[in-house]
Design a protein around this ligand. Structure first.
Ligand code: ZN
Length: 306
C-alpha cells in the first residue's frame, strides 16, 4: 500500500489509494506565488496626473537573473520576469506608462489623460504577482495612454516591441500572429523615430536603432529592407565590431533562408514530376508527406555541406 493514508482501514477508510494530498498544479502555483512574493515589494508612487499615491509592485534588486538575449534585444530571465513589472498604472485616474517614462509628462498631456482616459477608466485589483496576460493588459494600457497623449513615435514603438516580446513568450498560433502585429507597429514607429526624432531613445543610439530596424524587418520576412538596413550598419564609420559581427550573423541568416526557399521551390517541382503518373490528389499528398519528412533543418544542413 502506497497511500499515505494506509493504516486507517480499521477506522473505516479503505479507499484512500487515489487520494492526492496536494494537487500538482495548485502546488506549482503556490510555489510560483511564494517565490514571486519574496522577490517583489510594494513601492509607493505618486501619479503626476491626479497627484494621488498608489502602491506599485516592483522587483527587489538582484531578484532576477538574465539567461539569454534574443537578436532584437529581448532578454530572457530566470526567477522572475522584470518585463511584467515594467508599466505603472495609476489606479485612480488610469494614467499608465513605462516606468522610465511615468514622470515625463507635459501639462498638456495631463489634460489629455484626464479627458480621454480618466473618464472611462475602471480600476481593477491586480494579484500579488503578475502573469504574462496581466503584463500584456498593462502594456496595452500604456500604449493607449501614449496614443491619446500623442507621445513620440519612439515611445509607442518601444511599447509595441515589448508587447511583441510578451506574445513571443506564448505558444499558440494566435500568440505568433500577435507578435507579428506588434513587431509591424514597432517597426513603423522606429522607422519614423529614426528619421524624425532625436536619438538616443531608450539607450539606443543611431547604430543600434539601424540594426534593430534591420532585425525587425528580418523577423517579419522583409528581407530586402532588412539587408538595406544591415548594410547601412556595416558601412557606417564608428560602429563597434561587436555590433558589426551581430549584424553579419543576422544578414547571413537571411541568405540561408533565401537559399532554403529556393531549394524547397526546386524540390517541389522535382517531386511533382516524380508523381506525374498518379492522380492529382495522391500527387498532392505525396509532396506534403515529403515536406514533413524533410524538416528545414535537414535541408539547411545539406546546403551548408555543399
Ligand atoms: Zn493618477
Amino acid at each position: 500500500m502506497n497511500s499515505i493514508f494506509s493504516g486507517l482501514e480499521n477506522v473505516g477508510f479503505k479507499d484512500t489509494d487515489n487520494l492526492t494530498l496536494y494537487k500538482k498544479e495548485e502546488l506549482q502555483e503556490l510555489e510560483t506565488q511564494h517565490k514571486n512574493f519574496s522577490l517583489l515589494y510594494k513601492k509607493t508612487v505618486t501619479c503626476p496626473v491626479c497627484e494621488n499615491t498608489f502602491k506599485q509592485l516592483a522587483l527587489k534588486s538582484n531578484s532576477y537573473r538574465m539567461i539569454s538575449k534574443d537578436s532584437d534585444f529581448f532578454i530572457r530571465y530566470d526567477l522572475i520576469n522584470p518585463y511584467f513589472y515594467d508599466v505603472y498604472v495609476c489606479e485612480h485616474c488610469g494614467y499608465s506608462a513605462l516606468k522610465v517614462d511615468f514622470n515625463k509628462i507635459t501639462e498638456r498631456q495631463k489634460e489629455l489623460v484626464k479627458t480621454n482616459v480618466s473618464q472611462k477608466f475602471k480600476s481593477r485589483t491586480y494579484p500579488e504577482s503578475y502573469t504574462r496576460e496581466i503584463a500584456i493588459e498593462r502594456y496595452k494600457l500604456a500604449l493607449l495612454n501614449a496614443t491619446y497623449i500623442n507621445s513620440k513615435a519612439g515611445t509607442k514603438a518601444m511599447i509595441c516591441l515589448k508587447l511583441a516580446w510578451m506574445y513571443r513568450l506564448g505558444d499558440s498560433d494566435k500568440d505568433k500572429e500577435l507578435e507579428r502585429t506588434f513587431l509591424t507597429s514597432a517597426l513603423e514607429g522606429f522607422e519614423f523615430a529614426f528619421s524624425k526624432e532625436s536619438l538616443p531613445i531608450y539607450k539606443m543610439n543611431t547604430f543600434l536603432l539601424m540594426y534593430l530596424i534591420g532585425e525587425i524587418n528580418r523577423r517579419l520576412g522583409n528581407y530586402n529592407s532588412s539587408l538595406n538596413w544591415f548594410s547601412r550598419v556595416l558601412t557606417t564609420p564608428g560602429v563597434s565590431s561587436t555590433l558589426k559581427d551581430l549584424t553579419r550573423t543576422q544578414r547571413d541568416l537571411i541568405k540561408e533562408s533565401q537559399m532554403l526557399e529556393e531549394k524547397l521551390k526546386n524540390k517541389d517541382i522535382i517531386e511533382s514530376n516524380i508523381n506525374l503518373d498518379n492522380d492529382m490528389e495522391s500527387n498532392k499528398s505525396q509532396v506534403t508527406i515529403n515536406k514533413i519528412k524533410n524538416p528545414n533543418k535537414g535541408i539547411l544542413a545539406k546546403i551548408l555541406k555543399k
